[in-house]
Each structure stands twice: as C-alpha cells, then as structure tokens.
Design a protein around this ligand. Sequence first.
Ligand code: NOJ
Length: 517
Amino acid sequence: MSDNWWREAVIYQVYPRSFADANGDGMGDLAGIRSRIPYLSALGVDAIWLSPFYASPQKDAGYDVADYRAIDPRFGTLDDFDAMLEAAHEAGIRLIVDLVPNHSSSEHEWFKAALAAGPGSAERDRYHFRDVDPAKPETPPNNWQSVFGGPAWTRTPDGKQWYLHLFDSSQPDLNWDNPEVHAEFQSILRFWLDRGVDGFRIDVAHGMVKAEGLPDTGGDGTIEMIGTTRSPFFDQDGVHDIYRTWRPVIEEYDGDRIFVAEAWTDSAERRALYLRPDELHQAFNFDLVLAPFKAVDFRKAIDAEIANNAGVGAPCTWVLSNHDVQRHVTRYGDGPIGLARAKAATQLLLALPGVVYVYQGEELGLNEVLDLPDEVREDPTFFRTNGEQIGRDGCRVPIPWKTEGPSLGFGDAAGWLPQPEGWSEKSVEAEDGVAGSTLEFYRQAIALRKAHKASGLTWLDEPSADTLAFDNGAVVCVVNFGDEPVSLDGFDGEVLLASADLAEGRLPAGSAVWFAK
Ligand code: NOJ
C-alpha cells in the first residue's frame, strides 16, 4: 500500500566522503554514516539520499563507477552497507541511493574490455566510439565540450578511435542504443532493490540519450552542467522511453520506492515530462539554486513548479544546495547576512507543498570554503580548466561534529579536505541544544512542518515589493527578501517560528516568519 511519503518528505543528502569518518583514514565511510543515524533522526528527516559509495577510482568523487554492485573499500563493505541500511530503517529513515547510468568509470570491466577488443567490436558498442579521421587526427568527431572543460572526446591509447565523455575522460558515456546497457541497468536496479533500498537518485537523468548522428551543438559546444541549455546530448525526448521501462521494475517492489531525477532542463514544462505517471516520481527543481535571493525570482520559480507538476500529478521538489553548487549561505552574501537569508529561504521552502532536500551541513549554517589550497583540490573541473574554475570542493568539506580535534570530530585524523577557521563554532557540538543556533532552527522548523502540513499555496497581499506572503493551508509564511525591516501589520496569529527576532512587530531584512492559522 502506498503511503505517499515521498510527496511531502524532508530528504537529507549525505555525501559519504565528507559526512563522518569512522576508521580514521580521513575519508567518510558507511560505518560513520551509521553512527550518525540518531543525529538524523533527531533532525527529523524522513529519508537520506546517499551520493555514490560504489567501487570507483574516485576521479569524480565516486560519480565514476567501476563496479555498480560493490562498495568502494574506502567506504566499507556490503555488510557495512546492510548494517547502515538496517539502522536507518530501524530509525524510520528511508534510503535513496545514487545511480549513475550516463557513464561508467574507465576502470569498469566493460570499458577495459572495449579497449582490449578494438574497433567494431560488440564491446565497443556499449560506449560511443568513433574512428579518428587520418586526414584530421586532431579533430574530434563533433564539437561537444566536456561539462568539466575541454573536449568531450579522448583518443584511445592506440590513437585509432575517439570515445565520448560528457564529463571527465575517466567517465566514458554508455551507449543507451545498446540493449545490453538496458539489461545491465535493470539488473543493477534489482540488485539494490533486493537489498532493500527505498529508491534511486538518477545522475544526469537528462543525458543518457544522444541525438541521432551526434550532431554539433550550436555555438562553441560548451554546455554547463549547472545550466539549462538544451543540446543534442541533454534532455532528448528518447530518454523518457528508458524511464518507462524502469517504472514497472520499481513498482514490482513493495514499500513505495521512488526515483528522483537530476534533470537540468530549460523550463519547468520540460522538467515535468520526467514526472509523468509512468516515469519518475520526483525531479529536483534547480530553479531556486539558480535564482538570486529576490522575491520576484522565488515567486516565479515557485509558481512554475507548482503549475507544471500539478499537471502531471507529481510533488514539487525544492532544493537550495547540494554537492555541485556553492552553499546557499555564501550565494546569498556569506557572513551574517548570508546566513540570515539562507535560514529565511529554508524556512520558506519548508512551508511549501512538496518535498524539501537538505544538503549535509546546511543545518549547521556552513558556508562555502572558497580558499582551499590548490594542492588539496580533487574536482576534475579544476584540473580540466587549468584552475580557471575552482570547482566544487568548497561545498564538500568534511562536517564539523565537535569543537576540537584534528578534523573537528569528522574522524580521528585530518579530513581529506581541511576545515576553515570558524567551523568549530558551527559544529554540531557547539550548536546542539543552543537556542537560536542554526541547528536548533532546522530541528524546530522540520518538526513544525510535520505538525502543520501544507495542503496548497495561496499568495497573500505582501507587505512590500521585496516580500512574499502565502497561506499553505496550515500556516501563513511571510519572507522579507529586502534590506529593510517590514511591518507585519495585518498578519496575526501565534508566531510558530521566526528566523530572526521580530522587533516591534517588524520582520527584519532577510528573515521569515510562520503564523499559525
Ligand atoms: C552530477 C553529479 O551530481 C556530479 O557531482 C557529477 O560530477 C556529474 N553528475 C557527473 O556524474
């Protein structure tokens, strides 16, 4: 029986490298995650989305999978996985794992076999290989650029063919015109469903199908991962046929399990296509990741998501941060004002109908670390752009659990990335039980959201142009995006939660309030 938990859940993203390190090797692991389930339970989240933990050379932090059915030894074993899953389920927390079907690692058996077998082989047909033109050996088959920078094609070691990689050269794209690829991923889905996972986050869900003939893109072939440009390799209609074959597989399993798409599209309309009843359950809405902290932009994104998802009967899926984007505290100005705005935006999200994703550490008010030394960086974006783009390591710095220690309680050793000055005060230990801390604010907001469930959204007259006000059926939410306090005259009812002190009946700049109805 379906309980539709996924239509209103708060889902917490765990980035395994950086969450908790149980064995003291500087890298987070599954045993570390298991040890922190009570923390997640106290936070009140309904589910975890776990970024990849599969066997991988870690050229793209695990989004380069060498074996889809094995755990990377850095993270533990299958037994550790089962124990973690059991602990989560015992705490009433569901677990969504990350599936990476657009590309494998170049260390995957299939790719190694493809290189060994040579041009024209069945092994090469599982990827996108094209002959090198002897007249133009330096010119790739088309103008596509890797989203991490540089060309999307690399020559095979023997120099005879090119292979396609939309991401790093260690991440060759799989050929989804090949039935073997379909069969393999159906089997991988079942492997993890049989183990008891509650769903999958689908990496690059808009990328698996490429336009027939791999035509050039317009312009210079550069496409941003964090962007909304449609291209011959992103958001092709054919990708939906894949999901129509996956939905029946997940439906065979009990427990209301789900798919969530990482699908960057050029509009809310295109995104909703992934959410048709015979396709996927959720698709991250990145419009609020891209939006500035402005009332007009938030309202536009919220209206588009609600209208389009209602059309296909899917829940809205709200996101402000993840492991690919600058943390929203920093996007909104960093320091006290960035944190104030981040809390206000989070409070707004938690009042919206639908699903809210929380990225590990945002509940502590963590900022982006902008000044990591180059020597410690691992993001391929940094290397493929020769340092022109610093990449995403700054949002992946290990979580501070304690006020002291070599990695502030992340583990017993220094973490794989250093934590900046000031994170001791942002640690769980420093914030736990402290009135007014970001952690207590998140705990309270999540608990109140459960006690006062949104049933819809009606916009109300806002007190100023920089403000949004709405009634979600259970609470009235007012958010001040501006730089001046606004009067709350005309709003009454018990104040359930305010992200800042409401001095003299006014809502401070960059803050939000909920009134009980
Ligand atoms: C999206 C993931 O979120 C990102 O971290 C990764 O680098 C790319 N897909 C490639 O897998």
